[in-house]
Design a binder for this molecule. Sequence first.
Ligand code: NAD
Length: 473
Amino acid sequence: MQTIHQTYIDGTFVTPHGTETVEIINPTTERPLARATLADAQDTRRAIAAAKRALPAFAQTTVGERVAMLKRLHAAVLECSDALRDATIEEYGAPVSRATWISHFAAQSFLDAAVTLEAYDFTRVMGTSTVVMEPVGVAALITPWNSTAGSICSKLAMAIAAGCTSVIKPSELSPIQNRIVTEAIHAAGLPAGIVNIVTGRGDVVGAELSTHPDVAKISFTGSTAVGKIIQRAATDTMKRVHLALGGKSPSIILDDADLTKAVPLALNAAFMNNGQACISGSRLLVPERRLAEAIMVVKETVAQMKVGAPADPTTVIGPLANRNQYERIQNYIRLGLAEGATLITGGEGRPAGLEQGYFVKPTVFADVRSEMIIAREEIFGPVLSILTYGSEEEAIDMANDTVFGLHAYVMSSDPARAKAVATRLEAGRVMINTLQHDPLAPFGGFKQSGVGREYGVLGLESYLEAKTLLGVS
Ligand code: NAD
C-alpha cells in the first residue's frame, strides 16, 4: 500500500496543508492500493501565487526556449512511461494496450505542441494593425480520472507552448498516476512555479481555481454537469473557460458498409478504454434492413472480446475504475431492460469466472429508441445501444438528436458518401472508417459537449489573447 503525502508547488514537493485522505482500491483485486493526502484551498492559493510569480519571466521566453522545455518534458515523461503504464493498469484498470498507448500519448503531446509552436506566427499584420498574440496568464488545468496522464500532459504542453504558467488539478481518484507524472515534470527541470500540481477534491481545489482572481484561464476536462458549475463560478472573474465534456456519440453504419468491418469498428469505438471514454460511440445506428445481420456480427465480435485482468495482453476490456462506476453501469443495464430494450449480449452482474474486481459484462441492447434514457445519457461504461433507421436523412436526424456533440463515427464502403454525411453531423470530430486520433487537429465538442478546442493551432490559441497595435507598422 503506497502512501502519497506530497503536493507540488513552486518547483518543490511539499507536505500539503490539507489533511483529508482518500483511499484508492485496485479495481482488479478490490484490495487497497494507496492512501493519498489531498491538497486544500490554502495549498491551491499557494500554487496560484507561485504560478503568478513565475508568469512575467515565463511569458517573455522565446519560442526556442519553450520548444527546448517541451522536448525536456517529452524525454522525462517518456522515461517514466513503463511506470506510468503499470500505474494506469493497477490504479485505473486499463488494459495493457490502452495503458501503453496513453503513457506514450502523454509524452508525445509535448512534441506535438512543439511542432505547433514552431510553426505559429505570434505577430501578424491585420488591416493596418499589428496583432500580437500574448499568453493569457495563469492557467488552471482540471482533469478527469479516465485519461489521467494524457489529459495532464496535453493541457500542460499547450500552456507551456503559449507561455502560460499552470496550476494543475488532476483527479483525486488517480493519485499514483498523478505522482508519477509530477515526478517526471519535476525531472524536466523547468524554472520553479511554471508548473504546480495540487491533487485535491473538485469542490475544494477545483472550486478555488474557478473563482480565484489570479487565474485567467481554466481548461477543464470532465463531465458536463461539473463543466456547468465551473462556467458559472468563473463568470465573476471573467476567466477564459475551455470545457471538454461528455458525449453520447453516434456511430452510423451506412447501408453500403461491409458489416464484418463496420461492426467490429463500432464495437471498439463503444468499448474503448473499458467504455470509459468521452468519445465512446455509445449509440450504434444501423439500417433497419441490415439489423439481423448486424446483430449476428455483434454477438460474434463481443464473444471474442476478452474481459479480464488488465495486465493480461489478451484482455480487451478490464475492470471499471471503481465501485461507483460498477454500480452506475449496473443501474443503466437494469434501466435498459426496464425501458424495454432487447438484450443482445451481456447484462447485469459480473462475467462468469470474475467474481472479484469491478468487471462488467460488455452489454449491447437492440430495439433502443431515441427517447430512452439509455440512448440519451452518457453511461460511461461498456454499454452499447443499437437504434435502427430507414433513410439516410433519418440516420442524420437521429445522430443529431442529442444534447451532446463531441464525436461521431461513420462507416461506409464509399468514403465520399460518408464524408457528405459527416459534414451534416453536429459533432466536433467525425471519424470515417477509422479510430485513429490526430493530435495536430482540433478536438472538442459542439453543444453540451464543450466550449473551445484543444490540440493544434486552435488549442494553442485558446491560451493566447490577441493584442492589436494601431498606429505602428
Ligand atoms: P468530473 O466532472 O466528475 O471530474 C472532472 C474533474 O473536475 C476532476 O478533477 C474533479 O475533481 C473536478 N471537479 C469536480 N467538481 C468540481 C467543481 N465543483 N469545481 C471544479 N472542479 C471540479 O468527471 P470525471 O468523472 O472525472 O470524468 C468523466 C467525465 O469526463 C465524463 O463525462 C467524460 O465524458 C468526460 N471526459 C471528457 C473528455 C473530453 O475531452 N471531452 C475527456 C475525458 C473525459
